[in-house]
Design a binder for this molecule. Structure first.
Ligand code: HSE
Length: 424
């Protein structure tokens, strides 16, 4: 049987899982793929720390690069600049490259594609952990124009929101638990402020539409302001709150956004709890497809890393690997990023006000003056104040923001009013 030797850079949660699964399923993988994957080197910063694992450890990337028997290098250290340097060196030494690094892929995919010069290059694990969504966009759905896709792309946020909803747990307690379980990024603000989901959205948008959007051009909001009250109120209205990444194509414009959203109970995304990720993708031929699975954690991410390794090992004889996804990204040049102010949806507004006559009239007339139409309105009285919840009809971000700023300026408004978008 053909042997294929790889090196792994980084032995954190995902690196260890990759090693363990490759050992545990060595025979199964060989039987299924016809290739025996051998770990030639594992590069770590401090060999002593990992001696107990009985692995071919090294502290030198150069040693790996110069080893002609190693055909593929897996980067699992995170960050952007250093992994990018590693990728460049790996390609320069004519080796294949696999990474789980969404931050690097989101910002440098096109450069890496060029640098690879047709050498195999895999990043399945960079989006939604174990869900084979890159393969779906690149191969399975190749006969479709992607009309839109939306989904839960961050396991940590989904875990936190689920704990808040089902266990009435505080935000910080749920975040600590997610960190203990190995779901969160080294810097968890990336999870809770939407940056991690943003990276994944940008990668998929690039594959689906060839769009060259930067993080700062895209509407990205996190879940750190969501309170237990919002979750309870959403429930009363028939919704769950989820952090969603959304991409929609309309003529030559593509809207891209990441934010918490009220998701109706009858939408499949609302039933996806815990650290799971899910994506609903609509192709013009196939219709709606729904992908769901663990989006975080060592073994789920390792499952995707191993799929890249084995796919590349199988294709080793090919002169060029079938990437980029749909041939050349130039094909998509006609797509433009939609201005975020023009993105339209329904909004949930929660506002605490003093008990005064005329308050409701002022709130509703302010919305009306800015072209925001009301679909539902709830008032819950407290002793000194009232909570008003308004569901608007679909309206543009710009109009809603202008109205919202005016609402903030009224002196009968208490605390911080909240606005959350509704998923349709
Ligand atoms: N921290 C990420 C998440 C996992 O919580 O989904 C890897 O992308």
């Amino acid at each position: 049987m053909h042997k294929y030797k790889i090196a792994i850079i980084g032995l954190g949660t995902v690196g260890l899982s990759v090693v363990q699964i490759l050992n545990k399923h060595k025979n199964l993988i060989a039987q299924r793929s016809g290739v025996e994957i051998e770990i030639g080197k594992v590069v770590v910063r401090n060999k002593k720390k990992y001696e107990c694992h009985n692995l071919p450890l090294s502290e030198s990337l150069q040693e790996v690069l110069e080893d002609k028997s190693i055909s593929l290098v897996v980067e699992l250290i995170g960050g952007v600049d250093y992994p990018f340097e590693i990728a460049k060196k790996v390609f320069a030494h004519k080796k294949a490259f696999v990474t789980a690094n969404k931050a690097m892929i989101a910002s440098k995919m096109q450069e890496l594609c060029k640098l690879s010069k047709g050498l195999p290059f895999g990043f399945e694990a960079s989006v939604c952990g174990g869900i084979p969504i890159i393969e779906a966009f690149r191969d399975s759905l190749v006969g479709n124009e992607i009309l839109d896709f939306s989904g839960i792309m961050n396991g940590t946020s989904n875990f936190i929101l689920t704990q808040m909803e089902e266990k009435n747990q505080s935000f910080s307690m749920a975040l600590s638990q997610a960190q203990e379980l190995g779901y969160a990024e080294a810097d968890p603000t990336l999870d809770i402020q939407g940056g991690d989901a943003g990276h994944k959205l940008l990668i998929l948008a690039k594959l689906a539409y060839g769009i060259e959007a930067k993080e700062e051009d895209v509407l990205i909001e996190g879940i750190e302001e969501i309170e237990l009250d919002d979750i309870a109120m959403a429930k009363r209205l028939g919704y769950k709150i989820k952090l969603l990444g959304i991409a929609r194509k309309e003529d030559e414009f593509v809207e891209l956004r990441v934010h918490p959203a009220l998701v109706p109970y009858d939408c499949m995304l609302s039933s996806v709890g815990g650290a799971k990720n899910a994506l609903s993708v609509r192709g013009d031929g196939v219709g709606e497809m729904f992908y769901c699975g663990l989006g975080a954690g060592g073994d789920a991410t390792a499952s995707a890393v191993i799929s890249d390794i084995v796919n590349i090992a199988r294709l080793r004889e090919c002169a060029s690997y079938p990437f980029p996804a749909f041939g050349s990204f130039d094909f998509y040049k006609h797509f433009k990023l939609k201005d975020r102010g023009e993105i339209a949806c329904q909004f949930y507004i929660k506002i605490e006000v003093l008990h005064q006559s005329g308050v409701m009239a002022k709130l509703t007339s302010t919305l009306a003056e800015n072209g925001v139409s009301i679909s539902q309105l709830l008032q819950e009285d407290k002793t000194q104040s009232a909570i008003i919840v308004i569901l608007t009809h679909r309206c543009e971000e710009r109009k809603l923001n202008e109205a919202f700023c005016k609402l903030l300026s009224f002196d009968f408004v208490l605390g911080n009013p909240r606005k959350i978008r509704v998923y349709e």
